[in-house]
Design a binder for this molecule. Structure first.
Ligand SMILES: *Cc1c(COP(=O)(O)O)cnc(C)c1O
Length: 351
């Protein structure tokens, strides 16, 4: 606490990202991709002329937005890009959710949403997950200033299909529905094709997970032209150049290699299902996942103790110290070898 801080800043509870350890650990705590970015990214990095950095980037990131629009089957004017999807989300909170009525969200979802609510003075109303830990879409839409959730959801991994999302959008027409698709490429169904039909739908995505580019910081949003224009208004009142020229070039290179993208996400999905079977054999309850992580709990073992035991054996997973999640661990999907090490480390806990 410092007397120099603005009063509102004293009240914040900042988001705490998963640890980036200095020592060599098997890192299964922040849902990074275990595979390298596409070879085209490496080539573009090598070929990038340092002299280009003399100039400011093109302020609307036009070339990257064109490449994304082609990839996603929408118009360039329906795409917005930012410095990671966290930034895109922050701009969306300012652009759409500072309303009289509260923003609705699941009680369990990405823990950054409540942080932005406090930062931007947005009231929120949370709804419990249903009895199978799925986002309860029917709960949303009564006297609402907006809706936000991750689909597939984090840290549960469950995703709703496009028709279910369309059902929600049939009912909620007067405020923005933001569907955060950070994990959609690992088996979810994207709602992007719905943006034509529903002008209040904003879908966000990221290069951090399925494209192995968490360190590059690239995220995007897809929606109607009026929503994208709203985001641009906030961006141009804050930082005209959130995406640097190098990030744009590497993002475009990543999009150019569909084969690598598909091979990596399929490998993650295959390893996830293998891991699920191994964990269940050890007595874990594993929530079905369409993401690159699994949420697990064990009837006899304490999750906090397991977290510590695993760390001592060189495996880092995520434990959330909240009432509902205290008994669970979220485990990111690494390579087959990494998951084998996880299983071996877990087996020592039973001896
Ligand atoms: C990882 C994650 C993000 C943030 O992605 P960045 O593009 O790296 O900022 C957004 N939403 C959810 C649900 C995530 O898990």
């Amino acid at each position: 606490m410092s007397k120099f801080w603005s009063p509102a800043i004293r009240e914040l509870t900042p988001y705490v990202p998963g640890e980036q350890p200095r020592e060599r650990l098997i890192k299964l705590n922040t849902n990074e991709n275990p595979y390298p970015p596409a070879p085209a990214v490496e080539a573009a990095l090598r070929d990038f002329p340092a002299d280009h950095l003399r100039r400011y980037p093109e302020p609307t990131s036009l070339a990257l937005r064109e490449a994304l629009a082609e990839e996603l089957g929408v118009e360039t004017e329906q795409v917005f890009v930012g410095n990671g999807s966290d930034e895109v989300l922050a701009l969306a909170f300012q652009a759409f959710f500072r309303q009289e009525r509260p923003l609705e969200m699941p009680a369990i979802s990405y823990s950054f949403y409540p942080v932005y609510c406090r930062l931007y003075g947005v009231d929120r109303r949370t709804h419990p997950l249903d009895d199978q830990w799925r986002v309860d879409l029917d709960a949303f839409g009564h006297d609402t200033g907006g809706v936000i959730f991750a689909n597939p959801n984090a840290p549960t991994g469950h995703g709703h299909g496009r028709e279910a999302i369309a059902g929600l959008l049939e009912r909620v027409t007067e405020s923005v529905v933001l569907v955060d698709e950070a994990y959609v490429d690992f088996g979810g169904e994207s709602s992007v094709p719905l943006v034509e039909r529903f002008p209040n739908l904003l879908v966000t995505g990221t290069f951090s997970k399925s494209r192995s580019l968490a360190g590059l910081r690239l995220g995007y949003a897809v929606g109607s032209r009026e929503l994208i224009e709203g985001l641009e208004r906030v961006k141009d009142s804050f930082n005209s150049y959130p995406v640097d020229s190098l990030a744009s070039a590497l993002g475009i290179a990543s999009l150019s290699d569909r084969g690598h993208f598909d091979a990596c996400r399929e490998a993650v999905i295959t390893t996830r299902e293998r891991t699920r079977i191994r964990l269940e054999a050890l007595g874990f309850k594993v929530l079905p996942s369409q993401a690159n992580f699994v949420l697990v709990t064990h009837p006899e073992l304490d999750a906090a103790q397991l977290f510590v035991g695993l760390r001592e054996r060189g495996v880092l997973v995520r434990h959330f110290n909240t009432d509902v999640l205290r008994d669970h661990l979220r485990i990111s999907i690494g390579t087959d070898d990494e998951m084998e090490s996880l299983i071996e480390a877990l087996e020592t806990q039973f001896r």
